[in-house]
Design a protein. Structure first.
Ligand SMILES: Nc1ncnc2c1ncn2[C@@H]1O[C@H](COP(=O)(O)OP(=O)(O)O)[C@@H](O)[C@H]1O
Ligand SMILES: [Mg+2]
Lengths: 322, 258
């Protein structure tokens, strides 16, 4: 080895293994490299510890853990609801403590700021829905039923769900992330030491603002979507705006609008509650922040669709012309 | 009434199966500057969080200003919390608010002050922590570590608290800045006369600021007394902490600064 001038640990280790952990008598090692091998000879190579697996019980343990995690979520959620109820009672007795400023700021953020994007998506969905329906209706010569399809479909079903999905992605994730970051930077603790309830100051305004903003957004988006559908119907089926608007109230009973508004408020409430629930669960590290934000959006959309199904069953006899 | 500002009675803290504190008794008198020292992970921050009610004791109780920390209705508890200020290790400034708004926040919470009064008070507090008026509009993300601590100190002092809790006030500052910050706290403490509890690893800070030292180890208070009393105690942890070569030099430096 006289030709070698430098040797790193990895190289030395390779040789050392090949030599079965001893210097062969025949090896000629330059003086400056001897130290490397001596170090190897004196250190016992430890085996890095591997995390213990669950073995064959893994699937059972996984089920058990997810049940416990679910129970844990449920417990936290009940605490959240309880605290909000306590705070509501407190504000009722001390109206000056109501967080109006935060409420209006949140209303602007989740309501007004969401208007362009919901309008754009609503318009396009309206156009596409109208276009596809028109193709079918034309084949049967049932052109005028486009009003029924669009009116019922958008107002009763599509509007609220569409807005919920957009709002969960837009405002729900923002709420979770905001609470989470405040958790990571200890801002929530700083608030507590000032004697300010996080539920009253951070959670309640968000929940109230989204519950109020969602019905309005649903109204707005459904209107724009209907407009999109109208435009498309006029181009394809030659159905004029005035005919469309005159027919709409006749074929879509008003009850559908009330159902839509009720759905909007309910979905808004649920999205905000779910978002805040996950936001407050964030542990002070970035991994937990991203995991909870994702979970928040996915859970919010799932919950909305589940509750929408419940609505569909509960209101199956209301507002549907037979 | 006794002059105890903070009194811990048989306080224990538990996280899951781990006991961080077991039966801590501690009485801190008004006007004193008490340093809480101990190894990393010995539960100093946790003890501070117990004192301000961010955690609930598993056993025992915390009394603040002679009353149990969690006694009284919601408004009474909020009023009690306005009597102390806390400086978090990372500052915990509200990242969505600028420097001015951060310091104004606790003042606005009083809901009794006018705009002009708040303006005046905020500028006064900023001057007290040696920040210039043009810093008022910066966001927390634009501040250096030392400035964050100053702003956080200004916010903690906004309501002129009787008690100030500092978690590692000089950690992460270079020696020059940390000496400056220590001098600032000492001067403010002499002027305003509040009680201070601080957690620190830094012996310079310790010697320069504290009138009492509480040593936390193995979940209990190992010793409590003045620096001179503490160094007399025969205990391996205390010896390692205070009597090493570097420690002695730091203590001498700190005392000279005092
Ligand atoms: N929220 C928590 N959950 C679980 N363990 C915690 C929590 N906070 C602190 N601990 C544990 O308590 C011990 C004391 O922490 P801490 O008070 O931060 O120590 P330090 O003295 O360094 O400030 C550590 O072992 C830490 O892991
Ligand atoms: Mg700490």
């Amino acid at each position: 080895m006289t030709g070698v001038s430098r040797l790193d640990n990895f190289g030395a280790q390779l040789l050392w293994r090949a030599w079965d952990s001893a210097l062969p008598d025949s090896a000629e090692i330059p003086g400056n490299l001897r130290a490397v091998f001596e170090r190897l000879a004196h250190t016992e190579v430890a085996v890095p510890p591997r995390p213990l697996g669950d073995g064959i019980l893994a699937p059972i343990l996984a089920v058990g853990r997810s049940v416990l995690r679910f129970r844990n979520h449920l417990g936290d959620f009940v605490v959240l609801l309880g605290q909000l109820a306590i705070d509501a009672a407190f504000v009722f007795r001390h109206p000056t403590q109501a967080p109006w400023l935060e409420f209006s700021a949140n209303l602007f953020k989740v309501g007004v700021r969401a208007m362009p994007v919901t309008a754009l998506v609503g318009f396009l969905i309206g156009v596409v829905l109208s276009y596809l329906s028109a193709l079918q209706l034309k084949a049967f010569g049932a052109d005028v039923f486009i009003v029924n399809i669009l009116g019922l479909g958008i107002i009763r079903e599509l509007g609220p769900v569409l807005v919920s999905v957009l709002v969960a992605g837009r405002s729900g994730s923002a709420m979770t992330a905001q609470l989470g970051v405040m958790r990571v930077t200890e801002e929530i603790d700083a608030l507590s030491t000032m004697g300010i309830s996080r539920y009253l100051r951070l959670v309640a305004p968000k929940v109230a603002a989204l519950t109020c903003a969602m019905p309005l957004l649903v109204l707005w988006t459904s209107a724009v979507a209907l407009f999109g559908g109208m435009v498309s119907a006029r181009i394809q089926l030659d159905i004029g705006f005035s005919f469309f608007l005159e027919t709409l109230p006749r074929v879509v009973p008003l009850a559908n609008l009330y159902i839509a508004l009720l759905k909007g408020a309910t979905f808004g409430l649920l999205i905000a509650l779910v978002a805040c629930h996950f936001g407050l669960r964030v542990k002070p590290n970035t991994e937990s922040l991203s995991a909870n934000t994702t979970a928040s959006v996915v859970s919010a959309i799932t919950v909305v669709i589940l509750v929408d199904a419940i609505f569909a069953i509960a209101t199956r006899n209301i507002g549907v012309p037979i | 009434m006794s002059g105890a500002v903070i009194e811990l009675r048989g306080l224990s803290t538990r996280f899951g199966d781990v006991w961080v504190h077991r039966g801590i008794d501690l009485r801190l008198e008004a006007g004193q500057v008490t340093a809480l020292v101990g190894g990393s992970g010995s539960g100093k921050t946790t003890l501070l969080r117990q004192m301000v009610g961010l955690l609930r004791p598993a056993e025992g109780e915390v009394r603040l200003f002679g009353e149990p920390l969690f006694s009284g209705g919601r408004l009474e508890q909020a009023a009690r919390r306005r009597r102390f200020g806390m400086l978090f290790q990372q500052g915990a400034l509200f990242s969505a608010l600028n420097v001015y708004e951060n310091v104004a926040f606790p003042l606005r919470e009083m809901r009794t002050l006018t705009r002009e009064e708040i303006d005046d008070l905020v500028m006064l507090k900023l001057a007290m922590v040696e920040l210039r008026p043009e810093h008022a509009l910066l966001m927390p993300a634009e501040l250096s570590g030392g400035m964050i601590k100053r702003v956080a100190l200004a916010r903690a002092l906004a309501l002129e608290p009787e008690l100030l809790l500092l978690d590692e006030p000089t950690a992460g500052l270079d020696p020059d800045r940390s000496a400056g910050f220590v001098r600032l706290i000492r001067e403010l403490q002499r002027q305003l006369g509040f009680t201070v509890v601080l957690v620190t690893h830094d012996l310079d800070t310790l010697a320069a600021l504290s009138s009492r030292i509480a040593v936390l180890a193995e979940g209990r208070i190992l010793a409590f007394g003045t620096l001179d009393e503490i160094v007399q105690i025969d205990d391996p942890f205390i010896e390692r902490f205070f009597l090493g070569e570097r420690s002695r030099a730091a203590l001498v430096r700190g005392k000279e600064a005092n």
